[in-house]
Design a protein. Structure first.
Length: 271
C-alpha cells in the first residue's frame, strides 16, 4: 500500500492506492509454487539467469520498481481494467499497456535467442510478478474505481477498500502461514486438477477467468459492506486456488521456454 498524491491541492485528504495485487505474501507464494514445479533443466537456467537468486527473491520487486523513474513505464502493466457492464474483449486498451500484453512481451524476450542476459533477467523478474497479479481478482477491476482502490468497505470495523482487502487482508486473515507453509498446504493439485488448470491456457483465458471472479466479488461486496468472518470464510478457497493457478501456470510457461523436453500444456508459448 502506498500513499499517492493528495486529492486536493491543499493535501487535506489522502487516497491510499494500491497498485499491487496480492500483498507480498501472495507473490512469494506464487513464485515458490512455480519454483517447485520447474524441471531440473528449467530450474538450472532460471537460477543462472537470476545470478543464483530465486524467483521468490524477485517476486515483489516490480511493485517498488514501477514507482522509480527507470521502470515507470511498467506502472499500468500490473492490471487490466474492465468497467462495469463492459465485456472483457471490448474493454478499451490502455495506451501504456496492461498486464496481459505485458506478459506476452516478457515471454517474447525470454524466447528471443538474440536478447541479452540483462534483458532476459528483467523479463523474468517482471513475468514472475505479473503472473501473480494476473490472478488477483481486483486487477481486472473497474477503471472508474481504480480496481477497487476507491470502493470503500469496512474490514472488521476499520475503513478499507476492496482492492486492499483482496491484496492482503483476506489472505492474511485466512491463514497465518509463511510462504513455504502456504506451498505445503495448497500445492497439492492432482494430475487431473493440474491438467485442468493448465490445459489450453493463455494469458487472455486466464485474464477472463480472473475477470469473472472479479465481477462476482463486486456483486457480492457492495460499497460500504461490513466485511467480517463470513466473507473471509467464503472467499478463502478462491484465494487459495488463484495462488495455486498462478504458480502452476508460471511454471508451465517457464518450462516450455527453457526445457526442450517439457510437454507444455499452455497454448501460447511455441516450443
Ligand atoms: N492499481 C492502481 N490503479 C489500478 C487500477 N486502475 N486497476 C487495478 N489496480 C490498480
Ligand atoms: Zn503488482
Amino acid at each position: 500500500m502506498k500513499f499517492l498524491k493528495p486529492l486536493s491541492t491543499l493535501g487535506l485528504s489522502l487516497v491510499a492506492i494500491s497498485a499491487f495485487p496480492w500483498g507480498q505474501k501472495g507473490h512469494d507464494v506464487t513464485a515458490y509454487i512455480a519454483e517447485n514445479h520447474l524441471t531440473p533443466e528449467t530450474y538450472a537456467q532460471v537460477t543462472e539467469l537470476l545470478d543464483g537468486k530465486s524467483m521468490v527473491y524477485w517476486a515483489n520487486w516490480l511493485d517498488n520498481a514501477s514507482h522509480s523513474p527507470e521502470y515507470s513505464y511498467s506502472k499500468t502493466w500490473h492490471y487490466k481494467n474492465i468497467d462495469d457492464g463492459v465485456k472483457y474483449e471490448e474493454a478499451p486498451l490502455h495506451p501504456d499497456g496492461d498486464i496481459v500484453r505485458a506478459i506476452y512481451s516478457q515471454v517474447e524476450i525470454l524466447q528471443n535467442s538474440d536478447a541479452s542476459k540483462t534483458d532476459k533477467q528483467l523479463a523474468l523478474k517482471i513475468l514472475v510478478h505479473l503472473m501473480g497479479d494476473l490472478h488477483q481478482p481486483m486487477h481486472m477491476g473497474h477503471a472508474s474505481d481504480l480496481g477497487g482502490n476507491r470502493w470503500t468497505v469496512k474490514y472488521f470495523g476499520r475503513d478499507s477498500n476492496l482492492h486492499s482487502v483482496w491484496d492482503s487482508s483476506i489472505p492474511e486473515s485466512a491463514h497465518k502461514w509463511t510462504y513455504t507453509e502456504w506451498n505445503d498446504q495448497i500445492n497439492r493439485a492432482t494430475p487431473v486438477e493440474t491438467q485442468y488448470i493448465l490445459e489450453s491456457g493463455k494469458p487472455e483465458s486466464w485474464g477472463i477467468e480472473t475477470f469473472e471472479i472479479c465481477k462476482d466479488v463486486y456483486a457480492k461486496t457492495p460499497e460500504g459492506t461490513k466485511i467480517s468472518y463470513d466473507y473471509v470464510s467464503e472467499w478463502t478457497p478462491v484465494v487459495e486456488s488463484q495462488l495455486l493457478k498462478g504458480g502452476l501456470r508460471l511454471a508451465d510457461i517457464l518450462n516450455s521456454i527453457f526445457d526442450p523436453d517439457y510437454q507444455q500444456y499452455n497454448v501460447f508459448v511455441a516450443n
